[in-house]
Design a binder for this molecule. Structure first.
Ligand SMILES: *[C@@H]1O[C@H](CO)[C@@H](O)[C@H](O)[C@H]1NC(C)=O
Ligand SMILES: *[C@@H]1O[C@H](CO)[C@@H](O)[C@H](O)[C@H]1NC(C)=O
Ligand SMILES: *[C@@H]1O[C@H](CO)[C@@H](O)[C@H](O)[C@H]1NC(C)=O
Length: 397
């Protein structure tokens, strides 16, 4: 509280100012911010997933096989505290995949790539409780190196990233979560990363990065097929996500190669055809190396996707978050919103959406970043005319 003399001065100043103030109503400024959170030092910070129905986020650090449990403020979703736990037999166990179980609510799937093993863990009710192992699934020969892990229906899936010691081949693994001796290995190309189900046909699709092809699996017949990415559309499919509603199908992102990315991504719907989309904006868009993808659809913002461009494969691409919207028939991109990541050469890696914010990992800089908006929501940031003005400013000063 100010002393009385100052209080009166404030009143006088306010009255004087009031006489010359514009009649326009005061407008709250809208803002967006990307906040970076430092995690423990490690050379590889990889996957992230929220424990459903909780305020915990799990992040895997592969280079030292540590699982970081991060507590989120329930109102703002901001990270407020963390605790790290070693997973596996030692620091070389290669913790990589992190995925929530729907079949066992509150439990999380992890992969130990170097131990050739999947774990179902109870992450623990509070931040300081170590995760406890509920189920261990050893990958049978000739499979090697479970990287990303997923649960689809009653099966757990993993892309086996390493060439088999027995056959030299690559495989996609799946097991029945209620009978983990019921396992299948599907031979695939070099090498499987993301595995998702197309919601209408229930076919499984797998990105294979180096071979630049997508494998389709019919789990009923066991039949598989390869859908190569046409080189003119881009290369290196990595991230894949399932969407419903107007975007129904699986969406995948193309990461490019050491010459840079092509700013392209694709969709497979119920017809099974590959359909490609292209970012148009120069600087961050046309050269984007799109490593990961997430559904950005909201009631306020309509159907949309988040794309994550990365410097992982080439510094000709940037570390950036990109939100894209589509025409009514979902045949082309109509809106592109760009958010550069403050730390470049961070090797932006994975992206997930929370209730109102977006989280991503930076592989090279042991960082978690969070995008949040104030007084607006994603999808309302840029007025449409800002994107359609083709004028190029040709004055230097
Ligand atoms: C579990 O799966 C194995 C391998 O497919 C099968 O032989 C066994 O009968 C199954 N067990 C049960 C209880 O269904
Ligand atoms: C998957 O295979 C089963 C058994 O052969 C077949 O009935 C079904 O139509 C196939 N699914 C699709 C989407 O082709
Ligand atoms: C890298 O990608 C570019 C653009 O798609 C392509 O022209 C080039 O052949 C690729 N390089 C390699 C080594 O595959």
């Amino acid at each position: 509280m100010l002393p009385p003399i100052f209080q009166s001065l404030v009143v006088v100043l306010a009255l004087c100012a009031g006489t010359s103030v514009s009649q326009e109503p005061v407008t709250s400024l809208v803002s967006r911010r990307l906040t970076e959170y430092l995690l423990p030092v490690a050379t590889q910070t990889h996957e992230l997933a929220r424990v459903p129905g909780s305020n915990f986020l799990l992040v895997s650090q592969m280079s030292n096989s540590q699982l970081i449990k991060i507590e989120l403020d329930p109102a703002s979703e901001e990270p407020v505290a963390y605790q790290s736990f070693p997973m596996g037999e030692n620091s070389q166990s290669g913790l990589h995949g992190v995925w929530p179980s729907a079949r066992f609510p509150g439990m999380m799937w992890l992969s130990l790539q170097s131990e050739n093993r999947l774990l179902l863990v109870n992450p623990g009710q509070d931040i300081s409780t170590a995760p406890s192992i509920i189920t261990t699934i050893d990958i049978p020969e000739p499979g090697k190196g479970p990287h990303c892990v997923f649960e689809i229906g009653n099966r757990v899936w993993a892309g086996l990233k390493e060439a088999s010691e027995q056959t030299g081949e690559y495989y996609v693994f799946s097991a029945d979560v209620d009978n983990t001796t019921d396992t299948v290995l599907y031979p695939c190309l070099n090498s499987p990363v993301f595995i998702q189900e197309e919601p209408t046909t229930r076919l499984i699709y797998v990105t294979q990065d180096t071979a630049s092809s997508i494998m389709r699996i019919n789990i009923t017949s066991g039949e598989t097929a390869q859908l190569p990415i046409p080189p003119e559309a881009g290369n290196t499919p990595v991230g894949m996500t399932t969407a419903s509603g107007p975007l129904s199908g699986v969406w995948f992102s193309l990461a490019g190669n050491d010459t840079g990315g092509s700013g392209s991504f694709g969709h497979i719907g119920s017809t099974g055809e590959l359909q490609f989309f292209q970012l148009e904006k120069p600087l961050l868009g046309t050269n984007a190396g799109l490593l990961h993808i997430a559904d950005a659809s909201t009631a306020e913002g309509g159907p949309a996707l988040w794309l994550l461009s990365t410097t992982l494969l080439s510094t000709n691409s940037a570390d950036a978050l990109i939100r894209v919207t589509f025409d009514d028939d979902i045949t082309s991109v109509t809106g592109e919103e760009y958010i550069s990541i403050p730390t470049q050469n961070a090797w932006a890696h994975r992206i997930i959406t929370l209730d109102a914010t977006v989280m991503l990992t930076e592989l090279n800089t042991f960082t978690l970043a969070q995008l949040s908006y104030s007084n607006t929501v994603a999808g309302r940031w840029l007025p449409a005319q800002a994107l359609t003005d083709p004028t190029i400013y040709d004055q230097e000063g």
